[in-house]
Design a binder for this molecule. Structure first.
Ligand code: AMP
Length: 363
């Protein structure tokens, strides 16, 4: 199926009454502050909700319209898309929206105007594209090990589809790598054909900072709006067990995100934080024009040499933005009042309408 022509989206946007825009997204992931922020900036809001998941949106009073669907993936169905367009909706993408709507559908059949860059979502989802973007942008990432026989030092091994979940493991030698692969096969976590998909990279020992940027297409500036660190099961539980007992648990650590802590970084590291944001946004402009547009997140580990190493990125609103629904230390510095990522997104849409430049930031 062919990709949606950008002109088709702009034509739909052209028909919208700009005085009567709705901000819409799937009721999930990081939608609460998107709805709250949109309402604060004077927009109507609509949540596409799976049956039974409406409660938080109703109880927090952040949505005006609820479009109930049997399953989240129905957001791409023709009648739901029509309902959204009838409401003059601009969709704010987030992790669950991308997962449930599906990348292929977003690129080929979902023609409701969205805030962001449709094309960049795939660069987050495919590890090789993600590495290309980061490498060509000049961002420090973990070194890749192409051959398990050449493992020197500690490595992290990742499998596709296991992102953030089970099935990551740490190994310090080729023998340990082979043993762990065998153990995973026995558990049925991986199949023989998955082994060639194993991605092996340098294990970066450090503390986790996930940096939430907002790239304003209107101002051509990468703002640092907030930071979180992940609370991951079982790895963060294991550190509470004395080292001698950890071995008795016989548990391989997993990295399932269960929540997020708000965090601030040492002030002396902020130049690196801005440098990463500037480099990746410049790189993205060249590789996936027009580049980032709106929220994105660089997930980093900071070593004891005070080097910020990026191990992953989100090319849309990341779940960790929920740590600053009422603003963060950083968003306060820009705006002098509580500003969530969702409200910053709504503000960009509002400015786009005011300056008659909405077509530059809609995809
Ligand atoms: P991800 O699915 O890439 O977000 O990774 C899940 C978790 O694995 C991260 O939050 C980190 O705790 C850890 N992790 C990922 N890559 C590395 C790495 N290269 N070195 C050390 N830890 C890592």
């Amino acid at each position: 199926m062919s990709k949606i022509n950008r002109q088709e989206i702009l034509d739909i946007l052209d028909e919208y009454d700009k005085e009567d825009i709705t901000i819409a997204t799937l009721g999930s992931h990081s939608s609460l502050h998107m709805f709250q922020g949109a309402k604060t900036e004077g927009f109507r809001t609509a949540a596409v909700c799976e049956k039974g998941r409406e409660v938080p949106y109703q109880r927090f009073g952040v949505v005006d319209e609820i479009i109930t669907v049997d399953k989240f993936s129905d957001i791409v169905n023709d009648e739901v898309q029509e309902q959204l367009k009838d409401l003059n909706s601009i969709v704010f993408p987030h992790g669950s929206f991308v997962a449930y709507a599906g990348l292929d559908n977003i690129e080929t059949i979902f023609n409701v105007p969205m805030f962001g860059n449709r094309d960049i979502l795939r660069w987050e989802a495919e590890r090789d594209l993600e590495r290309k973007l980061m490498t060509e942008s000049g961002v420090r990432i973990p070194k890749k090990i192409t051959d398990p026989a050449k493992i020197e030092g500690t490595v992290m091994v990742k499998f596709p589809g296991a992102r953030g979940g089970r099935g990551y493991f740490v190994a310090s030698s080729t023998e340990e790598y082979d043993e762990k692969i065998e153990a995973m096969k026995k558990r049925g976590w991986i199949e023989e054909e998955d082994i060639k998909e194993a991605h092996i990279e340098e294990y970066v020992l450090g503390c986790n900072y996930c940096i939430h940027y907002f790239f304003s297409g209107l101002k051509q500036d990468a703002e640092v709006l907030g930071m979180d660190s992940r609370y991951e099961s079982t790895i963060d539980g294991l550190v509470r067990v004395p080292a001698k007992d950890q071995l008795d648990l016989n548990a391989d650590p997993s990295y399932v995100v269960t929540g997020n802590h708000p965090v601030v970084i040492r002030e002396s590291l902020l130049p690196q934080v801005f440098d990463i944001g500037d480099k990746i946004t410049e790189g993205a402009k060249k590789l996936v024009p027009p580049g980032f547009n709106g929220p994105f997140c660089m997930q980093t580990l900071v070593t004891d040499n005070l080097e910020v190493v990026v191990f992953e990125m989100s090319a849309r609103s990341d779940g960790g933005t929920n740590t600053f629904m009422n603003g963060s230390q950083y968003s306060y510095l820009y705006h002098g009042e509580p500003l969530s990522m969702g409200r910053r997104m709504a503000l960009e849409i509002k400015n786009g309408i005011k300056e008659d430049r909405l077509d530059e930031i809609i995809t």
